[in-house]
Ligand binder design. Structure first.
Ligand code: ZN
Ligand code: ZN
Length: 830
């Protein structure tokens, strides 16, 4: 085998190399441009390109950046947001071989770079089928990752009409010198297929035998030329405009943003592949079996060209790493269900016979290796002079001692001081300090914070309790009839008269109409949170009505570990695809803070972004049907409509939104261009797109407890440490941490909160007597939700004093008074 006289690359490099008269490869020659080109001029050129795209998209984002928890993601995002000050939409195709380090890196990236983000996760069972198929067919466990990573951003670009995609390094130029930097080569469908996907396109992998259908592979179908042209999508590589030095770039990212690195088993480069179990493990070993060289040659070659390693030092690295059997192989075999001997026998067919042969015992051995080419002719003639040392840093782990022993399908979305682990919470610490925190808070609760309280048209003057349940007339919009029975109880009675079989038939008809109506796309969209109800909704649409479901989750900023686990179970056990939308933290915080101060309603941003983000996604994907859960106005007797309706198009007008739009909160931080997911589509858009939005509660007798029982069968976990303060259920609203205090403020305004709501559920569904409910409410309602108190303060950046001053302003003096120095309700439930 011929090897480059300067680097370590062999002639059988799959991306094709040429050698010059001195035996130097095309990759090394193009690399020389890095020290010749005027990078200041190149950067100006980039500036010009970026400038022409600024705000051009008209829908708020300037460009798209594909990101993951490793690789060049930090650097690219840094360049685009901090140096060129563009407003990107970050996108991730979830490769599903995630390590905890990768999860933490991605969560940290979203937190520190403060951008909107979309993450696409495919049904892991399908991914498993697909990987088995691509492995058998062409010995690749990585095809879906390459295809997904290169397709999803382009799909999003077309759907969101964002014409510019920013990629990091153009690997083919950097490795083998396929193009000069001056060619300014861009990402195209042809390049994607020929260079990245080994000539194999999505349509080539449909297989009836392995259960990979045309509909399944939709996520890997590149948009049509006409769509690309209509939006004018182009994908540029930063490495054509910035002198690329991955090692130096990573070291800056470690310093500036706390990027985490990790030891790698088959290479000395600890920076790049930290997010994936297999990239530098089994996947790399497969490359070695195919071509007789592996990542360590790529990494050493790069360092040789950047004059940080001699060719001889590089060869030592190859000796040390290339033949190592990867320790992650058992994880892959177990997951994929491929037997070890089969794994090797499939691979044997793909050995490049130019480099592999069988010895007399029938064992595969390398015919040659760069190790045999240390002193080739011309090596000393073309040698680059080493100018610095090559040390790769291993950063301390954020979760020291944590084992990396299985894939994390999805983990935490953001991190902060208290919530920084890939999945787990420090709940035990919370529990341990709970008593102390409660004592501390009880003093603050009763302290004199002034006598002023904020009144509006919704501020109740009194509390009258329903004679059937324990709900109070102080609930906005709730009415009591002349018998003293509340609207919700009336609604419960009416529900008993509904012919549910007929409703079911209506739903079936609806599903029959929409099933398959969207070509190879999704039939319906189900908003999910990781709660029991969303699991039920997905289950019903998928298992009962056989719909192709896309689940959409607006990621809670402070997720609990149960919330994370439940979202994982939903996707894994109900086998659906999921889009996770993460919102720019600064804007989300600013809106929450503002609505907390101005309206005593910190969760407004959560509600607005859920309703709008879900609708936006349905519009983007042209999904004809959105399936919401219950209509709160009907089930709980709210204001908006007392009539039971199927259509959820007006969900944005419900009680949670308080007739406000995000425009009401615009300021220096909350701006039109960064509130895309808070804006609900207009009525005329709904008509134009012919998208239907429904409440499942209209067709199905809603029963939270039964949903809980069903969800449990699919892996739903209730709260491990039992009920939160003030709660009587351990399975309701347990997926995130910011909601509890929001609900508690309701207690100040209206005189009831969780215990009343939860007891009412039980009464309405015939599982609790009114007497028991009275006892429970009176015993529980004065508890303060101390568990996530410090999270709440920290998240909104407010002090305790500010918090209590604001909270006190919402304490409704019509219904509250002080008894023996303690705040008590004037109206006692009995
Ligand atoms: Zn070379
Ligand atoms: Zn009632």
């Amino acid at each position: 085998m011929k090897y480059c006289t300067r680097c370590l690359y062999p002639a059988n490099h799959p991306l094709y190399l040429t050698f010059d008269d001195h035996g130097v490869c095309s990759g090394c020659r193009v690399h020389e441009e890095k020290d010749i080109l005027n990078w200041e001029i190149r950067k100006k050129k980039l500036d010009k390109i970026l400038e022409s795209y600024r705000n051009k998209s008209g829908n708020s984002y300037d460009c798209i950046i594909p990101v993951r928890g490793g690789g060049d993601s930090y650097f690219v995002t840094h360049v685009i947001t901090k140096i060129f000050k563009l407003n990107p939409l970050l996108v991730t195709y979830n490769h599903e071989y995630n390590t905890k380090t990768g999860i933490r890196n991605l969560a940290n990236l979203l937190t520190v770079f403060d951008c909107d983000h979309i993450n696409y996760t495919l049904d892991p069972e399908f991914v498993r089928r697909l990987v088995r198929h691509t492995f058998r067919k062409f010995a690749s466990m990585y095809w879906h990752i390459l295809a997904g990573t290169l397709t999803f951003p382009v799909q999003v670009a077309v759907k969101f009409k964002i014409p510019l995609i920013i990629w990091g390094v153009h690997g083919w130029s950097d490795q083998v010198g396929m193009f000069s930097h001056l060619d300014e080569v861009e990402m195209t469908e042809k390049a994607r297929k020929e260079h990245s996907l080994m000539g194999i396109d999505a349509r080539d992998i449909i297989s009836e035998k392995d259960g990979v259908t045309r509909q399944d592979i939709q996520p890997f179908i590149y948009p049509f030329d006409e769509e690309i042209e209509r939006v004018g999508v182009r994908g540029i590589y930063l490495s054509n405009y910035i002198r690329w030095d991955s090692k130096k770039q990573h070291e800056r990212m470690i310093k500036l943003y706390g990027y985490e690195t990790a030891k790698q088993q088959r290479t000395f480069n600890t920076y790049e592949d930290v997010d994936c179990f297999h990239s530098a493990g089994t996947h790399d070993y497969i490359k070695f079996i195919k071509y007789g060289y592996s990542k360590v040659s790529d990494h050493a070659t790069r360092e040789i060209r950047l004059k940080r390693m001699t060719r001889e030092e590089g060869i030592e690295m190859v000796k040390k790493y290339s033949e190592k059997i990867p320790s992650d192989l058992p994880v892959f075999l177990k997951w994929s269900g491929i037997k070890r001997w089969k794994f090797f026998s499939y691979l044997d067919k793909w050995r490049d016979k130019r480099i592999w042969q069988k010895d007399k015992y029938g064992k595969w051995v390398l015919k040659d290796s760069v190790v045999n080419h240390i002193k080739d002719l011309n090596v000393s003639k073309v040698r680059l002079v080493k100018i610095e040392d090559c040390k790769f840093i291993i950063t301390p782990s954020r979760e020291p001692g944590e084992k990396e022993d299985k894939y994390i399908l999805m983990g935490r979305g953001y991190i902060d001081k208290y919530n920084y682990k890939a999945v787990f919470d420090d709940q035990l610490a919370i529990q341990k300090n709970l008593k102390k925190t409660k004592r501390h808070i009880s003093r603050l609760l009763e302290k004199d914070w002034g006598n002023f309280f904020i009144k509006d048209e919704r501020t109740p003057k009194e509390m009258v309790f329903c004679k059937k349940c324990v709900m109070s007339s102080s609930k906005p919009g709730l009415y009591l009839n002349e018998d003293g029975i509340c609207g919700a109880c009336v609604s419960v009675e009416k529900k008993k008269l509904i012919n549910w079989d007929k409703k079911k038939a209506e739903l079936k008809q609806l599903c029959d109409k929409y099933r398959g109506s969207n070509g190879n796309g999704y039939d319906c969209l189900v908003p999910v949170s990781g709660g029991k109800d969303s699991m039920y909704q997905v289950w019903e649409m998928k298992k009962i009505y056989n719909m192709k479901v896309l689940a959409v989750c607006i990621v809670p900023h402070l997720q609990t570990s149960e919330g994370i686990a439940n979202l994982n179970s939903l996707v894994k056990k109900l086998n659906v695809d999921l889009i996770k939308i993460s919102l720019k933290p600064s804007v989300f915080k600013a809106i929450r803070r503002k609505t907390f101060v101005k309206l005593g309603n910190p969760n407004w941003a959560d509600h607005a972004s859920t309703f709008s983000g879900v609708a936006r996604t349905a519009f983007m994907y042209q999904i004809p049907l959105i399936v919401w859960g219950e209509d709160i106005a009907v089930e709980f007797g709210g204001t908006t409509s007392k009539k039971r309706v199927a259509s959820a198009k007006d969900i944005i007008k419900n009680d949670l939104i308080l007739n406000r739009s995000v425009k009401d909160f615009y300021d220096d931080i909350i701006k039109p261009e960064n509130t895309y997911f808070y804006k609900y589509p207009q009525d005329e858009d709904w008509d134009k797109r012919k998208i239907k939005s429904i409440y499942l509660g209209y067709y199905h007798n809603w029963n939270g407890y039964e949903h809980y029982l069903l969800a449990k069968k699919y892996g739903f976990q209730s709260r491990k440490l039992g009920c939160l303060s003030g709660n009587i259920l351990n399975y309701d609203n347990i997926d995130e941490k910011l909601c509890e205090i929001h609900i508690w403020i309701k207690f100040l305004k209206y005189g009831f909160w969780r215990p009343t709501d939860q007891c009412c559920y039980h009464i309405w569904n015939g599982r609790m007597s009114r007497e028991k409910a009275i006892r429970l409410v009176n015993a529980k309602q004065y508890e303060f939700p101390a568990e996530y108190y410090r999270d709440f303060l920290e998240f909104h950046g407010i002090t305790e004093k500010q918090f209590w001053k604001i909270a006190n302003k919402y304490r409704n003096r019509n219904i509250w008074h002080k008894v023996n120095g303690k705040w008590k309700l004037k109206y006692i439930l009995k």
